[in-house]
Design a protein around this ligand. Structure first.
Ligand SMILES: Nc1ncnc2c1ncn2[C@@H]1O[C@H](COP(=O)(O)OP(=O)(O)O)[C@@H](O)[C@H]1O
Ligand SMILES: [Mg+2]
Length: 315
């Protein structure tokens, strides 16, 4: 069997730049999205996520740099790109007085697909079969967003680009969309989603890029970016003294304070030895566990100057 891979990466962005007047919203941005990945595109509000996505889809003209999707340069082959890509950048617009099914049939017809089975199968994929004949206007936010996903799946695109797909949804709605995205990725599609919800990205993404003020801060497999499974949170009395002891140990690569706890980067199998050393040195250890929110910690570390400035401005 021959696997046809069009280009090494689903998306390759190089030196992408966008200025609005004298303000540089996206500054020499480069990153690549591997085939089959769920790629989290992260950054604080105003970091340049939507502008970058707009340039990927030919909606925003760049001032410099290149975007390649499936090996096609979007300046030369935008239509090749768009037939392989489904995107939600803003809330997709549907007719409120028509049913979900009818709305989807219209989208399909506009793309030259007159296949009722295809529409039924998409409604099933996004879990709307039961409510397919109810008016769109009566749908919950989560159902509206799921119909939006169904509409970008028309034509079976290999790449989905979703700008903040879970924003404005309640936790149950967010969970539904996250599950759906994970299922879509299992069928070999590549999904790029922007988000500022770090727990969501940590749960569903295989790769990330974190941007801040138009610049790339870090990108790679999520396990590399956060050092997955290698961060231990330690709750101890006299944490600043414990920090010194931990820093002197060879099995601890990095140790720092985080609130009242000490966080160390170390292989999890060293947890028992670290615990013993602390107890033997007279510390009381009440907690030692893997850190689950490391992406958030990394994000705040990488984007902290943005927050400081925002605070300065507010003063
Ligand atoms: N059309 C525009 N004209 C001027 N400034 C813009 C325009 N679009 C976005 N910006 C600015 O560019 C920056 C990045 O915006 P955006 O890409 O929407 O960020 P994000 O999606 O990460 O929140 C922001 O400071 C925003 O105000
Ligand atoms: Mg945005």
């Amino acid at each position: 069997m021959t696997v046809v891979v069009e280009g090494e990466f689903a998306v390759r962005i190089e030196d992408l730049t966008k200025r609005f007047g004298s303000f540089t919203a996206v500054d020499s941005m480069s990153f690549s999205v591997p085939h089959g990945s769920v790629f989290g595109f992260l950054g604080p509000n105003g970091a340049g996520k939507t502008t970058t996505i707009g340039m990927m889809l030919g909606l925003v003209p760049p001032d410099g740099g290149t975007v390649e999707i499936f090996g096609y340069d979007i300046r030369r082959a935008l239509s090749q790109v768009l037939t392989r890509t489904g995107a939600i950048v803003e809330q997709p617009a549907f007719y409120p007085y028509l049913s979900g099914r009818k709305n989807l049939e219209i989208v399909a017809a506009l793309r030259g697909i007159a296949d009722r089975d295809a529409v039924d199968s998409l409604l099933d994929t996004v879990g709307l079969t039961e409510r397919a004949d109810a008016n769109f206007g009566g749908y919950s936010m989560g159902m509206k967003q799921r119909l939006g996903l169904a509409s970008v799946l028309v034509g079976d695109p290999r790449l989905l680009i979703l700008d903040e797909p879970t924003s404005g949804l309640d936790p149950a709605g967010q969970r539904e969309i996250q599950n759906l995205i994970q299922n879509l990725a299992k069928t070999g599609r590549t999904v790029l989603l922007s988000s500022h919800q770090l727990n969501e990205v940590q749960e569903i993404c295989s790769h990330v890029a974190i941007i801040d003020r138009g610049k790339l801060a870090v990108t790679g497999p999520i396990s590399d970016v956060i050092g997955e499974g290698r961060a231990l949170e330690i709750g101890v009395d006299r944490p600043t003294e414990a920090l010194e002891l931990l820093r002197s140990r060879l099995d601890v690569e990095e140790a720092r304070m985080d609130g009242a706890s000490v966080v160390v980067v170390s292989d999890p199998e060293h947890a028992a030895a670290i615990n013993r050393a602390l107890v033997e040195a007279g510390f009381e250890v009440h907690l030692i566990r893997p850190r689950a929110d490391m992406l958030e910690a990394r994000f705040l570390e990488l984007t902290s100057h943005a927050r400081e400035e925002a605070t300065d401005d507010a003063v």
